[in-house]
Design a protein around this ligand. Structure first.
Ligand SMILES: Cc1cc2nc3c(=O)[nH]c(=O)nc-3n(C[C@H](O)[C@H](O)[C@H](O)COP(=O)(O)O)c2cc1C
Length: 205
């Protein structure tokens, strides 16, 4: 049987490590087709102190190894520019098991909610929705305006899973890496992907 295949879009918000950690976790179990918006790339470089001169894939490969001790098969990660509408994930005929937009800017949220498929990210999301495949979105903004909330509601009503990066404290880790793992674990849960990224609540008497 062939490997599972997920699309991951990373957009230009603070907290881009969520998308990077998600890609690393997915590469342990699947192929990943990643799309980085043009706004996200300088933020990846700035927030994670990643030098992108040798290219995004090489930089991510080194970062995954150093930070998460995760290696992967080169062929399992394909990265596209957001303006590449000729990429396979632009078509519903290219089969995937679902898509994540993590983190998701309010701009991309609006485009997806309104079917405005100008770039590859919005097009792949549009395709994921029309093909009835799972779409998991992690909108990053605070506070949310009524416009943001209406866009989320519109998507939630058609089955898109809205999983904002919200703090939790029951999973036993109190540092930022623990919070990132907790949120990425919750994102994977929504896609039905087994993971042990956070300690689950077992009840208390
Ligand atoms: C450092 C930085 C942080 C940003 N953080 C956010 C954010 O948390 N949420 C958001 O919706 N937009 C944020 N923005 C604005 C988006 O990057 C901007 O709206 C952009 O057009 C989004 O494009 P994209 O969705 O194609 O990545 C941020 C911009 C910068 C430069």
């Amino acid at each position: 049987m062939s490997k599972r295949r997920y699309v991951v879009a990373v957009t230009g918000t603070t907290g881009v490590e969520l998308g990077i950690r998600l890609i690393a976790a997915l590469l342990e179990v699947s192929e990943v087709y990643a799309v980085f918006s043009s706004a996200s790339i300088p933020i990846v470089s700035d927030e994670l102190s990643i030098n992108l001169k040798g290219g995004l894939k090489a930089a991510l490969s080194a970062f995954f190894k150093e930070r998460y001790n995760i290696g992967f098969q080169e062929d399992d990660l394909t990265i596209f520019n957001n303006d590449n509408l000729w990429a396979p994930v632009s078509s519903g005929s290219f089969r995937t098991d679902g898509m994540f937009i993590v983190p998701c800017s309010m701009k991309t949220l609006s485009a997806v909610a309104n079917g405005y498929a100008e770039g590859l990210i919005e097009r792949a999301a549009d395709v994921t929705i029309k093909e009835g495949r799972p779409l998991v979105i992690s909108p990053r903004e605070t506070p949310f305006s009524a416009i943001h909330l209406e866009n989320m509601l519109k998507l939630a009503r058609i089955g898109v899973r809205i999983v904002p990066p919200v703090f939790g404290a029951y999973h036993g880790r109190r540092d930022i890496d623990g919070m990132v793992d907790f949120i990425v674990g919750k994102l994977l849960d929504q896609m039905g992907i087994e993971n042990n990224l956070y300690a689950r609540w077992k009840g208390k008497v």
